[in-house]
Design a protein around this ligand. Structure first.
Ligand SMILES: [Zn+2]
Length: 344
């Protein structure tokens, strides 16, 4: 089968499109013919290599996918050949204490399709049968492929971790990335007032068009904290949703209200940052990390998406052969929404 893979870690030149053996269906696996996949920053981290993560090379990249079931293992149930599905890329053991508590993304051996096993940038992919969900009827395969990782991550951050309630204010840094835009859409769905930031006026105007209440170009102003405080009438925001990391971390402690919450799911600008410990305790802040979602997060997110007929924000649809250009676009932060890869 055709697949986009790496033979070694490194830059975008390490990604090649070529032949890769068809996946073998394990007892509890299903194999789907991938129609569409979608890029995530995770693909870049995996391509570059992560400490402690050993991959069998060549390795097929890609975590998000949607397609049609082609094979089912003997120990699967409820899924039939021909079903149209999306892949939840979170891999959990199902039997550790976290899994038994229903917190699959806290699993002791948590892994991700495209990291812990061959990914979705391929004509076929095998995944545990528990990891496929029916494709929402109102979404095309391209749209459905854009959904799983970013939207479950945003759902868990806002709803499960930060406990967002209608009427609260949410600040989302760096609007344009998949998780940030998913956060904007889901926060609006939940009745929040949303402030977004970017260095691009074009991205801000597009964010406004899909529901952002306030937009701030942080490069065009001297005082981001003061601007956010002005928007919130001096209070600060209830929740900061951060997928940026080092570049935004210290700002978070100046813009969140007393008793507010800061939730972080990614570090696209770096791993190390300074924390204002005085603001943390004096303002009684709650700082939370969040990784992807539990099965229940995925279920709730899909229900909300289906009920609202919500469509993920998509930057572009590219072919598998264009994978290097698409990865470069994401790495440069040029995208607005999910970059989808049409596979078959
Ligand atoms: Zn587990």
């Amino acid at each position: 089968m055709k697949a986009a893979m790496i033979h070694k870690h490194g830059g975008v030149d390490c990604v090649t499109v070529g032949e890769f053996p068809d996946p073998k269906v394990g007892e509890g696996d299903v194999v789907l013919e991938v129609r569409s996949a979608a890029l995530n920053h995770l693909d870049i981290w995996i391509r570059k290599g992560r400490p402690g993560v050993q991959l069998d090379m060549p390795h097929v990249l890609g975590s998000d996918g949607a397609g049609v079931i082609a094979e089912v293992g003997p120990k699967t149930h409820g899924i039939n050949i021909g079903d149209e599905v999306i892949v939840n890329p979170g891999l959990s053991c199902g039997c550790c204490e976290s899994c038994r508590r229903g917190q699959q993304s806290e699993c002791l051996t948590f892994g991700i399709v495209g990291m812990s096993r061959p990914g979705t940038f391929a004509e076929k992919v095998a995944v545990p049968f528990q990891n496929v969900y029916p494709k929402p009827d109102h979404l095309s395969f391209d749209e459905a492929a854009a959904l799983p990782l970013a939207y479950q991550t945003a759902w868990r951050m806002l709803m499960t971790r930060a406990g967002l309630r209608a009427g609260e204010t949410v600040l989302i840094h760096g609007i344009g990335g998949g998780v940030a835009l998913a956060g904007l859409q889901l926060a609006k769905l939940a009745g929040a007032e949303v402030i977004v930031t970017s260095s691009s006026d074009e991205k801000l105007s597009r964010a406004k068009a899909i529901g952002a209440d306030h937009v701030v170009n942080y490069q065009a102003i001297d005082d981001l904290i003061g601007t956010i405080k002005d928007i919130t009438k001096g209070c600060g925001v209830d929740i900061v949703m951060d997928s940026v990391g080092a570049a935004t971390w210290s700002t978070n402690f100046g813009v969140v209200r007393r008793g507010g919450r800061i939730v972080l799911c990614g570090v696209t600008t770096g791993l190390q940052a300074e924390t204002d410990l005085r603001a943390l305790y004096w303002n009684q802040l709650t700082v939370m990390g969040s990784t992807m979602g539990s099965n229940e997060d995925v279920r709730q997110m899909l229900r909300a998406v289906e009920a609202a007929k919500l469509k993920p924000v998509m930057d572009s649809v590219k072919s598998l052969e264009e994978i290097r250009e698409t990865m470069s676009r994401m790495e440069a932060g040029e995208q607005f929404g999910k970059i989808v890869v049409k596979v078959t």
